[in-house]
Design a protein around this ligand. Structure first.
Ligand SMILES: O=C(O)/C=C/C(=O)CC(=O)CC(=O)O
Ligand code: CA
Ligand code: MG
Length: 442
């Protein structure tokens, strides 16, 4: 049963004017969203603080914990956040996390008696520098985009695109958390071992087929003890929230190195996430029914539940934008490369999480699970350049006449996402942008 409450009322307005329609109809951060992030004042080297985005502002939870009037239960929940420790808050039960959402919603609601005290706790987002929002102990990347898996599979294995396990197991690999950066970073083109077409021996060179991947990232809330699986019925309790995630990929290195153990250096040199974690509570109105096609294998019982069938999916619009250096220099805006929707995913967030813990592997608060590249069913809806350029064979022509099969130095890739539904206030995810800089010289 879905958990809609007064914090999902689409007509609720905030005293923070920039959060409200009609002033900001497409604002990513209306009162109904309230995502968590970690920030410091731009140019300062103060300790990073936890805040929530509201309109074009950030409510500084360190200041708000001291200045606001909160019940003693809410004050306890605010304490780790006031200390800049999002992980400790992530570990709280879903009910407690929801309790804080309600308190923050009520405090930011138009007419709240807290307005005067909390106005002093706002910082314009334009004056903040965002950081990776929490300690990410481990990062795992799944492969739930079946259209991506089929298209990429055809390019890597023409006679064997979708391997037979795909429809039974949520496929994944262990990524690397040390190289996860937040939106606004640069990404250095990697050096690596490549096998040039037709060559007899590999060479070490700068990647020539640098790519992005359009993904969502699920942050784990409370974890599980080593050896104790998480049943599907409890999966929601362990989900904290969602960001955008760009799993940068060096396709020429990937094609050479990935067999038989899967992605390694072609993937672990950089991953970029958006700074704001949109909570599962904020996403509640955008849940949808989930099913595999009737002609496909049905999930094994440990990956199946009534709730997953009735509302395990999420309808979230996804986009990739590109601004080349020439466009930036000429003052031209980014161009949209594609659009897709998370509703096409072959496995749900709950199935990813439950499968990950199904062997007893322990997940911890702040762990990050990538969904895999979310391409739509059409060729024009590829979530990577590899797909959009048909394996590099057909370059895209950009509005200024430049062409791209893969990414060039100076290219800025931005992922965006938003959830829209009749009867709900639109919420957005902010931006996940990073600019490619040249490889180290050899
Ligand atoms: O071997 C393949 O078919 C391709 C694997 C990947 O590209 C791994 C990956 O990051 C999956 C994804 O993002 O969906
Ligand atoms: Ca990926
Ligand atoms: Mg990566």
């Amino acid at each position: 049963m879905s958990l809609l409450d007064h914090t999902h009322n689409p007509d609720a307005q905030s005293w923070v004017a920039s959060a409200n329609a009609p002033i900001a109809p497409d604002c990513d951060f209306p009162l109904q969203n309230l995502p968590y992030g970690l920030f410091r004042r731009a140019g300062s080297n103060e300790n990073a603080r936890v805040g929530i985005a509201i309109g074009d502002q950030i409510l500084d939870l360190r200041l708000a914990a001291a200045a606001g009037r909160w019940s003693s239960a809410v004050q306890v929940l605010l304490q780790p956040l006031a200390d800049g420790d999002l992980n400790s808050f992530m570990a709280q039960s879903a009910a407690k996390r929801r309790q804080l959402r309600h308190a923050l919603f009520d405090a930011l609601l138009e007419g709240s008696k807290q307005q005067a005290a909390l106005t002093a706790c706002l910082l314009p987002q334009a004056q903040a520098q965002m950081a990776v929002p929490c300690r990410i102990g481990d990062y795992t990347d799944f492969y739930t985009g079946i259209h991506h898996a089929t298209t990429v599979g055809k390019l890597f294995r023409p006679d064997n695109p979708l391997l037979p396990n795909y429809k039974w197991v949520p496929i994944g690999y262990h990524g690397r958390s040390s190289s996860i950066g937040v939106s606004g970073s640069t990404v250095r083109r990697p050096l690596g071992q490549l096998m040039p077409p037709g060559a007899e021996a590999p060479v070490r060179a700068a990647c020539k087929r640098l790519d992005h991947e359009l993904e969502l990232g699920l942050f784990v809330a409370g974890g599980n003890e080593l050896g104790e699986p998480i049943p599907m019925a409890e999966a929601d309790e362990h989900m904290f929230g969602v960001t955008l995630l760009n799993d940068w990929s060096a396709r020429d290195m990937q094609g050479w190195e990935y067999q038989p153990l899967g992605p390694f250096l072609a993937k672990n040199f950089a991953t970029t996430i958006s700074p704001w974690i949109v909570s599962m509570d904020a996403l509640e109105p955008f849940r949808i029914a989930f099913a595999h096609p009737a002609s496909d294998p049905q999930p094994l019982p440990y990956l199946d539940s009534d709730k997953n069938r009735s509302e395990g999916g999420y309808e979230i619009e996804l986009e990739v934008w590109l601004q080349t250096e020439a466009m930036r220099t000429a003052g031209e805006p980014a161009t949209r490369l594609m659009r897709s929707n998370f509703k096409h995913a072959y496995w749900t967030l709950a199935q990813m999480l439950t499968h990950h813990a199904s062997n007893g592997c322990n997940l911890q608060p702040g762990d990050l699970l990538g969904t895999g590249t979310q391409s739509g069913p059409e060729a024009s809806e590829g979530g990577s350049m590899l797909e959009l350029s048909n394996g590099g064979k057909q370059s895209l022509t950009l509005p200024n006449g430049e062409t791209r099969a893969f990414l060039a130095d100076g290219d800025c890739v931005s992922l965006r996402a938003f959830a829209v539904r009749e009867g709900a206030r639109r919420i957005g995810f902010g931006e996940c942008s990073a600019t490619v800089v040249p490889a180290p010289s050899l």
